[in-house]
Design a protein around this ligand. Structure first.
Ligand code: CP
Length: 321
């Protein structure tokens, strides 16, 4: 694997999941794989889980990780080709990325969408410019349209719960939730893309009308606008807010009745509840769910380490070839 920005960068998702679960059992299995190698973690946006889990994963592989909060500590970057830089941007990505490529063996980048310009966001211009100019492997720590380390984690978590029922295809429902402000579609897009590519689940998406995701990621998944119908017999419910893709970045609904509660959980097959975190309590998900026995959110966030470790190990192996 050269870069990791999407499910399509992975040849065998199940193998990656199995490797991650091996690291969970034995974190230092490949404790020398990253010896003498350095990863730069560049954040253009805030993070708790992604930042720390990737640092822990790198340390488990003997790799040095250096975090750079580009948004707070770096020069304002310009990404437009041919830009006349007479405004707020100070350094072009064409100049910054090759320098970063000199300092690091691998670069990992978090960069959110603007939610203003759909064509620009969905072209993944920011992360693709890093790939183009850095000259080293690039790992997405969440980009404009996708969050692949999160989605790999989510599949690891589902797989872990299914370990004694390998032949069983669970019903997995991605359920839209209310929020106070418009959020990117990344986590939802990415979860759909990875679950489809993995193929180990019966996948259903439920959301109010107008929240259809980009079909390049949902890829024919069943969409049901009646949340109760969708939740019927679900084994896993993945709760997430996203803003509209069609009316790009808009909040079309603030219907609080979409929040998952124990009453709704009763329709399911005692479903386990997932959320990538951070979560707005009693807006996106109720206290009773988050503090209850069906919540997987802490286990899920813990698994971020093993997902990152499996991905970094695969990249290190390809660097060492
Ligand atoms: N789920 C997730 O990516 O969390 P952070 O934004 O805290 O990294």
């Amino acid at each position: 694997m050269k870069n990791f920005i999407s499910a399509s960068d992975v040849t065998n998702i199940q193998q990656l999941v199995d490797n991650a679960l091996k690291y969970k059992l034995n974190p230092f299995l490949d404790g020398h794989l990253g010896k003498g190698k350095r990863i730069g973690l560049l954040f253009l946006n805030p993070s708790l889980r992604t930042r720390l889990s990737t640092q822990v994963a790198a340390a488990n592989l003997g790799m040095e990780a250096i975090v750079f909060n580009v948004d707070k500590e770096g020069w304002a970057l310009e990404f437009q080709e041919g830009a006349v830089m007479n405004g707020t941007t100070v350094e072009h990505i064409k100049d910054a990325a090759p320098v970063l490529g000199q300092y690091f063996d691998v670069l990992a980048i978090r960069t959110f969408p603007t939610l203003k310009n759909k064509a620009e966001d969905y072209s993944e211009m920011f992360i693709k410019q890093f790939i183009r100019f850095a000259g080293v492997p690039v790992v997405s720590l969440e980009s404009a349209t996708l969050h692949p380390l999160q989605s790999l984690t989510d599949i690891i978590t589902i797989q872990e719960l299914l370990k004694n029922a390998a032949a069983y295809k669970p019903k997995v429902v991605l359920s839209w939730a209310p929020h106070i402000k418009p959020l990117p579609q990344c986590v939802a897009n990415s979860f759909a893309q990875w679950v489809n590519a993995w193929g180990g689940a019966n996948f259903v998406i439920t959301h109010p009308e107008g929240y259809e995701l980009d079909e390049q990621f949902t890829n024919g998944a069943t969409v049901i606008h009646d949340q109760a119908e969708a939740l019927n017999n679900a084994d896993f419910v993945y709760v997430k807010n996203w803003s509209s893709y069609e009316q790009y970045g808009q909040q079309l609904s603030s219907d609080t009745s979409w929040m998952l509660t124990n009453e709704k959980l009763a329709i399911t097959n005692d479903a386990k509840v997932m959320h990538c975190l951070p979560v707005r309590r009693n807006i996106e998900l109720s206290d009773e769910i988050l503090d209850g026995p069906n919540s997987l959110v802490t286990q899920q966030a813990g698994n971020r380490v093993w997902a990152a470790q499996a991905v970094l190990a695969e990249i290190l192996n390809s660097l060492n070839q």
